[in-house]
Design a protein around this ligand. Sequence first.
Ligand code: NAD
Length: 334
Amino acid sequence: MADGATKVAGNEVIIVPESEIAGLMTAEAAFEAVEAVFAAMAAGDAYNFPVVREAIGHEDALYGFKGGFDQAGLTLGLKAGGYWPHNLERRNLINHQSTVFLFDPDSGRMRAMVGGNLLTALRTAAASSVSIRHLSRPDSKVLGIVGAGHQSHFQLRAAAKQRDFEKVVAWNYHPDMLPKLAETAAAIGLPFESVSLEDLGAQADVIITITSAFAPSLMDAHVKPGTHLACMGTDTKGKQEVEAALLARATVFTDEVAQSISIGEAQHAVAAGLIAEDAITQIGAAINGTHPGRSSENEITLFDGTGVGLQDLAVAAKVVDLALEKGIAQRVAF
Ligand code: NAD
């Protein structure tokens, strides 16, 4: 592609609508973008702004902003959106709605507006797969999934690229949702078994939890030595997927420590005095090599993925580049 096609005039804003994201973004591109921004965060080159999340008193909606600045990638902006619980039944729209806005860090001008719904799913899947790449045992063979909702399919697909998994074992609070996850496993050529939590913990080398639970399902006693866990569902005060004692037995990593102890899975272990805040390591340190990551075959590693605004900005910036390269970016004078 000639350089001219990717140039953006000073008065132009790039729009990439939601409908174009699936054709542009890949799990691989999301992985690279999220891995790079986690590394930048740990190096002190990128930081997230305080999150705003409000119950707006209309349509039972939760609305908010997640923003940040990545000085290494020169990405500045925010994701605005939230959760409208009646969208599906009242409007035939999905309940999670978000849009990413990117700004030029040199001038403050808006640079791009990007649909954020599919990107949120892809960046969340990328986060657990980054943790699997950097923290799980290289010989991991069995992938365990706790959860079978919308996001679980993305987590499974992305995780499967990181290790030579031979099988998926899964458990869900609502068992009727598991056959759909089995279809996703079949689509990527992996045998699938619905199992008890005891069996899941006994078999799995890597476990992803991705539920909206407010009480733990997976207990400390379920998990065998050497397991890597990516706990991805807990992103709000009060939610919990695994027993707090498991975090005391594990080496705990996270995307951002401030979120991990307040809205992430570690909130419960820290509140109970089972682990200290300074025992939690940013995963970017393991990516940068300033932390050794997994130190033995028997160590349990746990990634508390809370979801940060910089992940959204990183994948949105990548999509803008891809849309420009492919000549399908919409340009609006602004
Ligand atoms: P979903 O509504 O499609 O699925 C919810 C899942 O939770 C289902 O598997 C359901 O069976 C399970 N569940 C519901 N109640 C439960 C209970 N009491 N005990 C155990 N399991 C229960 O939601 P989703 O889109 O798949 O998202 C799952 C979770 O991930 C949500 O909590 C969401 O907020 C969170 N999330 C986190 C990030 C992040 O960056 N960390 C990003 C997106 C979503």
